[in-house]
Design a protein around this ligand. Structure first.
Ligand code: PXG
Length: 443
């Protein structure tokens, strides 16, 4: 037993863990105590490879010297500064850098502390923008089935995951959903964007016709749906959504909490697809997961529409105590600097073919129903155990941790691989071999 091991089971009782089977976990806890680069160290001293960048967030790898130093220094210089009516220089510097990375005239950044807050902020800005533009009737929000937009009331309302919604009351009024874009028969074993499915964007026409465009404020989608098992956009789909939004004056919001900061080989998926949304949500990779931070990037005309009226007036009644927290800003600046210095977005792009080869090679493993790869993301659908959906997936996480020294992640019975962007070719092979072993262990 190491000093991190609980003395009694009750030591684990107080923390009600998020999105966790608390009783199973506490019966056999998987404790992590250290991290460096591509690896975690467990409480019992094993070095395990991180195949999911923490939770899709540690894109630069763990414990990177430059980021650690920046956080340490910041803590010793300015621990906190109020973001309402005051500011600190690093917040402005980071906002400028993020705006520079964003496409088109996405020029203004509103800081928050998580992806969920980014989504709720984006939805509120969209509604408020329509309101101040004399379009107050535009109050509906359109999301998508199988979309994940965090866990705020706005996010679960536009999100499309039944279990995240069904226990939480009536949610927001006036939300409708596009169909999701996955069809195993038409798309199985696709690399990158599937050929089939662009026509599903036309469903937005149907929704607009049903409600009338004058009642719709915005459409929000993840360019690549991540949490529900990695659903890359069909070729041409996002372009079609953009065109329909333009036709009817709807704002298009890309939730890039996962796809931002290099995961798909570009700063933002918007760049990969050549589609410029009106608002981008980001979080996770902005600080490589080191300090909580999220944000919303908006196009110039949206920001400028708020900058009217008396100059002493607050323009947007929204924000958080920890918006642009100094530690997060310091971490963000160091992280973006490191991404640029090590060319990590380009690295992800260059590794995509090799990464795709390594995981598509698993197609003949037992119970594999489909494999999808895109950027540095792979999803492997395993057949559910009859009558117990999710059980094979859960077992895979446990077997990976205890028997294969692999930190992995599942969405139901889909194994997801999304490593830090510093992963080497040899480590891609190593992770693929471990995943193959885990698939056999849960046969
Ligand atoms: N939007 C998207 C697209 C996300 O993927 C959020 C918003 C919410 O972010 P916060 O920071 O509030 O958690 C997310 C979060 C998984 C997994 O395994 C994905 C997320 C979080 C935890 C697990 O797919 N994404």
């Amino acid at each position: 037993m190491t000093d991190m091991s609980p003395a009694t089971p009750n030591d684990l009782a107080a923390w009600w863990m998020p999105f966790t089977a608390n009783r199973s976990f506490k019966a056999a806890p998987r404790l992590i105590t250290r991290a460096k680069d591509m690896h975690y160290v467990t409480a019992d001293g094993r070095k395990i490879i991180d195949s999911v960048a923490g939770l899709w967030c540690c894109n630069a790898g763990h414990q990177r010297d430059a980021i650690v130093a920046a956080i340490r220094e910041q803590a010793g210089e300015l621990d906190y500064a109020p973001p309402f009516q005051f500011g600190h220089p690093k917040a402005f510097r980071l906002a400028t850098k993020i705006a520079d990375l964003a496409p088109g005239d996405l020029d203004h950044v509103f800081f928050v502390n998580s992806g969920s807050e980014a989504v709720d902020t984006a939805l509120k800005i969209a509604l408020a923008y329509q309101n101040i533009s004399g379009q107050g009737g535009r109050q509906r929000l359109i999301g998508r089935e199988r979309g994940y937009h965090g866990v705020g009331f706005g996010g679960i309302s536009v999100g499309g995951i039944v279990s995240n919604r069904k226990m939480f009351g009536l949610l927001l009024n006036g939300v409708d959903h596009l169909p999701h874009t996955y069809n195993r028969e038409k798309q199985a074993f696709t690399r990158g964007e599937p050929d089939w499915g662009a026509h599903l964007a036309d469903e937005l026409e149907r929704i607009v016709a049903l409600h009338d465009p004058s009642t719709i404020a915005a459409v929000i989608v993840e360019p690549m749906a991540g949490s529900t098992g990695v659903l890359p956009p069909p070729k041409g789909y996002l372009q079609k959504l953009r065109a329909i939004c333009d036709k009817y004056g709807l704002l298009l919001i890309f939730d890039e909490v996962i796809s931002g900061f290099g995961r798909l080989g570009f700063a933002f998926a918007a760049e990969r697809y050549g589609v410029t949304p009106d608002i981008i949500c980001f979080a996770k990779g902005v600080t490589s997961g080191t300090v909580p931070m999220g944000g919303v990037i908006v196009r110039k005309h949206i920001h400028d529409a708020f900058m009217r009226g008396p100059e002493h007036m607050i323009e947007l009644f929204h924000g958080y105590t920890y918006s642009a927290h100094p530690l997060a800003c310091a971490a963000g600046l160091a992280t973006l600097d490191l991404y640029a210095r090590e060319h990590l977005f380009e690295r992800a792009r260059d590794l995509e073919p090799k990464f795709g080869d390594a995981f598509h090679a698993l197609r003949d493993s037992p119970n594999v129903l489909d494999i999808r790869t895109i950027g540095l993301v792979a999803a492997i659908d395993l057949a559910p155990i009859e009558g117990s959906p999710g059980l094979r997936g859960m077992r895979a996480v446990e077997k990976a941790f205890y028997e294969a020294d692999l930190l992995t992640r599942v969405a139901g019975d889909t194994l997801v691989v999304t490593p830090p962007l510093i992963v080497t070719e040899a480590q891609i092979d190593e992770i693929a071999a471990k995943v193959a072993r885990v698939i056999r262990l849960v046969e």
